[in-house]
Design a protein around this ligand. Structure first.
Ligand code: ADP
Ligand code: MG
Length: 619
């Protein structure tokens, strides 16, 4: 029997490591930016083409490398940042594993130009799939320039797994922002396909945050500052009135490294208790500084998860420091928002001395009526278009018969024994009244009607969500004519941070397909048309679209997520009175769906009380 265990080649080992370190173009951007930061650069320029698929170029004015190091930097476990295991407990650099460049080089074409101050000329090295192809001296300034081309060219599985350019570019922007927020004293530039997206000059932290998110953010920030022997916290949290239904403006850094930490996130949210409805998220950009020895950054290769030795201690500092911060600018504690209480926030003016905080009362202020929080209300009843009634009348006979009711998803419909029978169709008269079968609204929430097999209750809100959802998904998938749009007489401007703005504009074509017309605007975007059905505000629709971009549902297709989120905000509310013709129209459309029994989030739409069940109650 020959031996079966072999040592993997360096080549294969690098590709395997790459699978962990480099998931998508954004991972390359992060690693290269971090290397530039570690190299002491004061200016870092990032350029991407096709969301980083074809090119990622990062240039810095850091220390650069001598020729011998330039050759070595692509070797696995080659690092200048640590030399012994003890060093692991005092890491102040971003990298230390010596894996990034080896990984990137093994799955792309890399061109490195670098010059150390001790040399007159720089070194130019070309790598392809981890092999060195060429090395030449080249004249250049001190610093390093790395081009990564054709990422995943030799890993088709990875390449195919990548999402649309809009999604990938959003990840790139996310990583860029994280590094840029953590290093306000470095100049950063990001451009995509020749268009400059960010140009962030070195400055204060507040300036950096404002440069990243937009000028409007200046007045939204509340400073936080606190320290103990073990840890110090500083940064900014957002005023409650500007909280949003979507996540994405929450940044926590530990020793200038972006991290995700569930416990600390919850702690921050706790500090806002009573100031925000539970489905809203405040902005925060918080920086913890802690002795590296108390921190284990070694848990995950991409290092967004860390473990603290003193979780509790840190928690007990974070909570009160935010409360105090908010307290200085607002009447934070013991507010009762059910009444018309006030929350007036003094705008911070960085140019003047901060005076003793004064509390002002604005009796008109109600945070639950702020622009961000009013989004859940305000959808009127379902209004079928004019032509729809005619269409409905001609369709009615078939679509509304009991065999339609029983034909779907028996487990959620619980209809038994309903036989197809032409006499079961429900004709209506000219007024839209239902004759033959009564149909009425119960509790302003359910549409109740009978079938041969019993009585059914239809949840109006969920039914409408299902109908809209299938309509939107079909429109997105078929890529044919968009759903009907209502042009807005006065386009509505919606302020967005740069990342969100970029994402929406890149998604313009498919948003249009769903009836949402957007254009670029100085401070964000402007909405020029919304879907004709329903009365959902442009702001609410845009928030719904943004909500569907989060990482948390990567397994469902993006079209489906966006459609579900939009359907949720567009659907007729529970509690809205519905006209008979609107109910008939809705029921008709519901039973034209492929899955009428469940809403897009899997909740039950229809409950059937079988005739047998009803009869038994009388026995
Ligand atoms: P790590 O950052 O974990 O050390 P990398 O593979 O990212 O590993 O980089 C390997 C080494 O190459 C670094 O330790 C550093 O010495 C050198 N290096 C990488 N990028 C740069 C750069 N932009 N400027 C100077 N040196 C660099
Ligand atoms: Mg590195």
């Amino acid at each position: 029997m020959p031996e079966v265990i072999r040592q993997l080649s360096e080549h294969v080992a690098n590709q395997i490591a790459a699978g962990e370190v480099i998931q998508r173009p954004a991972s390359v951007v992060k690693e290269l930016m971090e290397n530039a930061v570690d190299a002491g650069a004061t200016k870092i320029i990032v350029r991407a083409a096709d969301a980083g698929r074809t090119l990622i170029h990062v240039s810095d004015n850091g220390v650069g490398m001598i020729p011998a190091d330039a050759r070595k930097c692509f070797d696995r476990h080659a690092t200048s940042k640590i030399s012994s295991a003890e060093d692991l407990f005092s890491i102040v650099s971003k990298g230390f594993r010596g894996e990034a460049l080896a990984s990137v080089a093994s799955i792309s074409h890399v061109e490195l130009k670098t010059r150390h101050a001790s040399e007159d000329l720089g070194t130019h090295i070309q790598m392809e799939g981890g092999d060195r192809k060429d090395e030449l001296p080249c004249p250049m300034e001190v610093g390093t320039q790395i081009s990564v081309k054709h990422l995943f060219y030799n890993v088709p599985a990875r390449r195919n797994f990548l999402k649309s350019d809009a999604v990938e570019m959003r990840h790139v922007v996310d990583e860029f922002q994280r590094v840029a927020l953590a290093h306000e004293s470095i100049d950063f530039v990001l451009s995509h396909n020749g268009t400059e997206l960010f140009n962030l000059p070195a400055g204060s932290r507040r300036k950096r945050i404002v440069a990243v998110f937009g000028a409007k953010y200046d007045e939204r920030l509340v400073p936080v500052e606190e320290s103990t022997d073990v840890v110090s916290i500083s940064g900014f949290v957002g005023k409650p009135a500007f909280a949003r239904r979507t996540r994405g403006e929450q940044f926590l850094f530990v020793n200038q490294r972006f991290i995700k930490h569930g416990l600390l996130h919850r702690t921050v949210m706790q500090a806002y208790q009573g100031l925000l409805p539970s489905d809203q998220f405040p902005l925060y950009v918080l920086f913890l500084t802690i002795d590296p020895a108390k921190l284990d950054v070694n848990i995950h290769p991409t290092k967004t998860e860390v473990q603290f030795e003193e979780d509790r201690h840190i928690q007990s500092l974070v909570l009160p420091s935010i409360r105090r911060g908010l307290g200085k600018y607002a009447v934070a504690p013991s507010l009762d928002f059910d009444q018309e209480t006030s929350l007036n926030i003094e705008p911070y003016n960085s140019g003047r001395m901060v005076a003793e905080p004064a509390i002002q009362i604005n009796t008109d202020y109600n945070p639950f009526h702020s622009n961000a929080s009013s989004t859940r209300s305000g959808v009127g009843g379902l209004r079928p278009g004019r032509g729809q009634m005619d269409a409905w009348k001609s369709l009615y006979g078939e679509a509304f018969s009991t065999d339609q009711y029983s034909g779907h998803n028996a487990s959620s419909l619980r209809t038994e024994a309903a036989l197809p029978d032409a006499s079961q169709s429900f004709p209506v008269d000219a007024e839209g009244e239902v004759s033959g079968r009564p149909l009425f609204q119960y509790l302003n929430r359910f549409i109740v009607t009978s079938t041969r097999s019993g009585v059914i209750f239809i949840d109006q809100n969920r039914a409408h969500q299902r109908v809209l959802y299938e309509m939107l998904v079909t429109k997105l998938e078929e890529n044919e004519s968009p759903i009907s749009t209502q042009q807005l007489l006065f386009p509505e401007v919606i302020e967005l941070n740069e990342a969100d703005r970029h994402f929406i504009l890149e998604s313009k074509t498919w948003l249009q397909q769903m009836g949402l017309l957007v254009e670029s605007h100085d401070s964000g975007i402007q909405v020029t048309g919304t879907p004709a059905e329903g009365e959902t505000s442009p702001q609410t629709l845009i928030e719904a679209v943004l909500q569907a971009t989060g990482d948390e549902y990567e397994d469902i297709s993006r079209a489906e997520r966006v459609a579900a989120q939009m359907a949720e905000v567009m659907a007729v509310r529970s509690g809205a009175t519905m006209k008979p013709e609107a109910m008939v129209d809705l029921v008709d459309r519901l039973f034209g769906c492929s899955t009428p029994g469940l809403d897009p989030f899997g909740r039950m739409v229809i409950v059937n009380f079988g005739a047998n069940e009803i009869e038994q109650r009388f026995s």
